[in-house]
Design a protein. Structure first.
Length: 376
């Protein structure tokens, strides 16, 4: 069970993130997409909120919020621009994983810098495409004996692959089938970074994404949490990162519907506002209902993440991610249609939100989880 209402703290976080999204991210979105990088001043302002790179106070951060609060913050930021929001979240993912799953030595080695470097980048090599959930990852982190581990596999949509310090790679132990993660420094050998696609990633060009192949040997100090790490901690942390993409998709969808509704109330056609026509008003009302439904599904999955390694967590996360992605892709398309021919023009941001939602919906897509399957 979870509360359907946010706490006072979560409401404050939501308001803070949406204010920053309106004041800063929205105005910088087009430049970030054109230049294919978040402007330094925008990155600094997002970083200083502590919302995207959470670290404990012992290491110079503002603390690690619970999963639901984190998701509320990311949804709020994505209402300004999902590309910038997801870039910051993916960079901060390395701090989150080290803080939740790392050894004391690893936390002291990485977190003070990750919590203070306003222009630094982290990254997580997580996804493998083809609808693979974490338990199905083909990337191997295998014990070779004598304190060494073999890391081998290929990851897609790896953010900041060439500059992330550290780059946290998530794979599976072929002996036990459990999740493991490795800390890969930027100068490590055995890491082949593919070229950045010339035509970008639809609406996510604010973050550099690469396909990366790994084939290297690491020592026990580079194994996140050490050889005796509790697999359940990593399962929960990875679930939290996957849900963050869903939160960004929901934020993008919600803002596009808000914008389309405002346009429909202002645009006059046949002597009255577009919103007065049932074909438009019903479309927007249905979109708002779908967004609220998948937001509640996301919150429920977030609460399950914090409940610990309980059965069915991966399935619940996969359902929430796919449901949010499907709804976001659908309702942003509807928002474009409400604007008619104007919806495809760069004068209005709905076309960018539509492209971003389409990209977010494919990153972790699994056709097993239909968009409107019964809640789990």
């Amino acid at each position: 069970m979870f509360e359907l209402d946010l706490s006072e703290e979560q409401i404050a976080v939501r308001d803070l993130s949406r204010d920053l999204a309106t004041r800063v991210l929205a105005g910088a979105a087009r430049d970030a997409e054109t230049n294919r990088r978040v402007p330094d001043e925008v990155w600094r302002q997002v970083f200083e909120t502590g919302l995207t790179a959470p670290a404990s106070e012992d290491h110079g951060g503002g603390g690690i919020p619970d999963t639901l609060t984190h998701l509320v913050a990311l949804e709020g930021l994505a209402t300004g621009d999902p590309g910038i929001a997801i870039a910051a979240m993916w960079s901060g993912g390395s701090a989150l994983l080290v803080g939740l799953c790392g050894t004391a030595a690893q936390q002291y080695a990485y977190l003070p810098r990750l919590a203070s470097d306003r222009q630094g980048r982290g990254g997580v090599a997580l996804y493998e495409g083809f609808g693979r959930a974490p338990s199905e990852y083909q990337t191997r982190i295998e014990h070779l004996g004598s304190g060494t581990w073999q890391v081998a596999g290929t990851k897609v949509a790896v953010p900041f692959a060439a500059e992330a310090d550290p780059l946290v790679l998530v794979g599976t132990d072929p002996t036990t089938g459990e999740l493991r993660a490795a800390l890969i420094p930027p100068d490590a050998g055995g890491v082949a970074i593919g070229p950045r696609p010339e035509h970008g990633h639809l609406g996510l060009d604010a973050v550099p994404l690469h396909t990366v192949t790994f084939d290297l040997t690491i020592g026990p100090g580079q194994l996140l949490g050490g050889p005796g790490a509790a697999a359940g901690l990593l399962v929960g942390a990875v679930g939290r990162l996957r849900l963050s993409v869903a939160a960004a998709a929901i934020g993008c969808a919600a803002r596009s519907v808000e914008y389309a509704a405002a346009y429909a109330n202002e645009r006059i056609a046949f002597g009255k506002p577009l919103a007065a026509f049932q074909g438009v008003s019903f479309l927007l009302a249905d979109a708002a209902i779908q967004i609220e439904a998948c937001r509640l599904d996301l919150w429920r999955a977030g609460v399950r993440v914090d409940a610990g390694p309980i059965g069915g967590l991966e399935r619940a996360v996969s359902h929430a991610v796919n449901y949010a992605g499907s709804v976001a892709a659908s309702v942003t398309r509807d928002a474009v249609q409400v604007l008619g021919g104007h919806g495809f023009m760069r004068d209005h941001p709905v076309e960018r939100w539509y492209r971003a939602a389409a990209a977010l919906s494919t990153i972790d897509f699994d056709p097993t989880y239909a968009a409107f399957a019964p809640a789990l």
